[in-house]
Design a protein around this ligand. Structure first.
Ligand SMILES: [Zn+2]
Length: 330
């Protein structure tokens, strides 16, 4: 079973709560929707709100399942904790209703990481009661790294539930170097993901919770390519003296999607972290997505066994078992 680990869906039509929340949306043209997030307006493709479009495209690309998450700009860690809980709950209820209409889709939960405790509670509800597949989170939480002590309850429960936690870049701080030429996305996103992954590796989260299944977006951004630099810093810098072993070895405890576009880069990441740590991704329906995600893996110059390992990523074993159980149950 091939699972696309990285796609986006905003389940607008399935919200049952009043639409006076932090996000509102309305048709802008035949092909676009205007979304307003905390007063800021943006135009998105209609496919972002269309579960059938997401499922149909997945099947056309040869994916048996597609895991969908909220677009990152609707994950609002800046809301006060109570409002954050309300927003995540109404989003997850809508996401569960949306993916129930399309068996191809698996839904990632939104969790209110403003509070590690609340995020843990919502993750359990989303997985155990709503049947969502895991959680999608952003690369930082109100300026704090993912190894912040306050997030411990969330990581503990995610490890216990053994579900994927997808880390998506956001909150990229623009600098004079990246504010033009779309570099905030092209360079900023991979840098942000590298920072998030490095905090998990060097901050001890992967050591404390060995059952975690964390997936980094866009092939881990810059992180895999920094393996040597991380090891050098751990060897010579006092700031990293608490790190156990070579950080590069811990890179093989993370998963990485295949949204990298360049076959040489994909092979390089596989050789660094192991092909069993790669999982297919598309970033559907955004223009920075891979249009033919399965073909990309098949034609990237991997050997047959490596292709099989990536397309059948063991990250999804639990989802596979669950699907099997569901179909046996009738
Ligand atoms: Zn994405």
């Amino acid at each position: 079973m091939i699972v696309d680990a990285h796609a986006h869906l905003f389940p607008g039509a399935w919200f049952t709560t009043a639409t006076d929340g932090p996000v509102t949306w309305r048709a802008a043209s035949e092909t676009t929707t205007s979304m307003t997030v905390l007063g800021k307006q943006m135009v998105v493709p209609n496919a972002l709100l269309d579960a059938t479009a997401a499922a149909t495209d997945a099947r056309e690309q040869g994916c048996d399942r597609r895991a969908v998450m909220s677009p990152p700009f609707t994950v609002l860690y800046e809301l006060d904790p109570d409002e954050g809980i309300r927003w995540a709950r109404s989003f997850n209820d809508a996401m569960a209703a949306a993916v129930a209409t399309e068996p191809t889709l698996l839904g990632y939960a939104m969790v209110p990481l403003q509070s590690g405790e609340s995020a843990a509670v919502e993750l359990r509800r989303a997985v155990e009661e709503l049947g969502l597949v895991g959680a999608a989170i952003l690369s930082t939480v109100a300026g704090r790294g993912l190894d912040d002590d306050a997030l411990t309850p969330f990581w503990r429960d995610a490890a216990e539930l053994c579900v994927p936690v997808f880390v998506h870049p956001h909150y990229v701080s623009g600098t004079s170097a990246t504010e033009h030429l779309y570099l905030r996305n092209v360079v900023g996103n991979p840098t942000e993901t590298a920072g998030a992954g490095a905090r998990l590796v060097l901050g001890g989260v992967l050591d404390r919770f060995t059952g975690l299944n964390v997936v980094l977006a866009h092939g881990g951004g810059a992180l895999p390519h920094l393996a040597g630099r991380l090891d050098r810093a751990a060897a010579v810098r006092a700031e990293l003296s608490g790190t156990t072993g070579a950080p590069s070895a811990l890179l093989s405890r993370l998963y990485y999607d295949t949204v990298v576009f360049d076959p040489t880069v994909l092979r390089h990441i596989g050789e660094l972290v192991g092909f069993d740590r790669l999982t297919v991704g598309s970033d559907f329906p955004f223009d920075m997505g891979v249009e033919r995600p399965v073909d990309f893996v098949r034609t990237a110059g991997l050997d047959e066994a490596q292709v099989g390992t990536v397309l059948g990523s063991r990250l999804w074993d639990r989802a596979r078992n669950r699907t099997g159980t569901r179909s046996q149950d009738g």
